[in-house]
Write a protein that binds this ligand. Structure first.
Ligand SMILES: C[S@@+](CC[C@H](N)C(=O)[O-])C[C@H]1O[C@@H](n2cnc3c(N)ncnc32)[C@H](O)[C@@H]1O
Length: 262
């Protein structure tokens, strides 16, 4: 999708979305007030510093690049700048785990481990599992978790489909952050919704990344088992089977545009 189209979607979303005012659901109001628009807790400075120094690391990562769907040889620094999440989004992942307190977290698409580290550090009592298809990235991510002393998190090297075929666990919090296109997103969503514990949440990254991703998001909202969705442009939060009528919320995030750039 062109930068023009993405910017247009972003501006449109900011005009059409709401803040916490005008949200009548107590559950969603509290989520916005105490988590999405909160500034605390912050990601530990040691984790931010660790991933910032990877932006200067010129060691090469070889093997399958699932984003480009081909074998590549790319410096760690490029992944740290291009694929890892911007800080305002990492900070929200940290707050979401702190607020929702999931006992078990699954991340599909771990890359260098930045968002997994942010989530694992938010609740030391949770067990966080990452899945990454590239073996070299998996090693770097596991090393990052060790360096950040996050003993409650681990990354496995597997293609998502192979992971699904072998997995028997269920999770309270599932974050899907790989292959932002229609067909794989729908296939993964239909699989991960069967792996979600009651009351759990699915978080999708980059809802407006491509036309296919936008189409997938619109279909996910219509899914019979989905009740509450929160569209934050950069993230989509999905709850199922809560004792509540189906309701979709489009919420302005971040509250201040300043945070997108700084
Ligand atoms: C955008 S990056 C994830 C960034 C990471 N969540 C963060 O912000 O720190 C997406 C990752 O998903 C992995 N990926 C994409 N499709 C995959 C698949 N089908 N199986 C395994 N890994 C996949 C890619 O190798 C890439 O490292």
């Amino acid at each position: 999708m062109s930068l023009y189209q993405r910017s247009r979607d972003f501006i449109l979303h900011r005009f059409l979305s709401k803040t916490r005012h005008g949200v009548h659901s107590p559950f969603v109001y509290s989520l916005i007030d105490q988590c999405i628009y909160s500034t605390k807790p912050t990601t530990p400075a040691s984790i931010t510093a660790y991933f910032n120094q990877l932006k200067r690391d010129q060691r090469l990562i070889k093997g399958m690049d699932y984003g480009q769907r081909k074998e590549t040889s790319v410096p760690i620094a490029t992944y740290a700048k291009r694929s890892a999440m911007p800080q305002f989004q990492v900070a929200l992942m940290h707050r979401l785990v702190h607020y929702l307190k999931p006992a078990s977290i699954l991340e599909l698409g771990t890359n260098l481990g930045k968002s997994l580290a942010a989530m694992a550090s938010a609740n030391p009592n949770s067990r966080a599992e990452g899945v990454e298809g590239n073996a070299a990235l998996t090693d770097i991510a596991n090393n990052a978790l060790r360096e950040c002393q996050l003993r409650n998190a681990h990354v496995s090297c597997a293609a998502f489909d192979s992971f699904f075929a072998a997995n028997t666990s269920t999770f309270d919090f599932i974050f899907l952050d790989g292959d932002h296109h229609y067909e794989p997103t729908m296939r993964y969503f239909n699989r991960i919704k069967t792996m979600l514990n009651p009351g759990g949440v699915i978080v999708l990254h980059d809802l407006y990344y491509s036309a296919g991703m936008k189409r997938a998001w619109s279909e996910i909202k219509k899914d019979r088992s989905v009740t509450i969705t929160v569209d934050l442009f950069f993230f989509g939060l999905v709850w199922m089977g809560k004792n509540q009528a189906k309701e979709h919320f489009s919420i302005r995030f971040p509250a201040s545009l300043f945070r997108v750039f700084f």
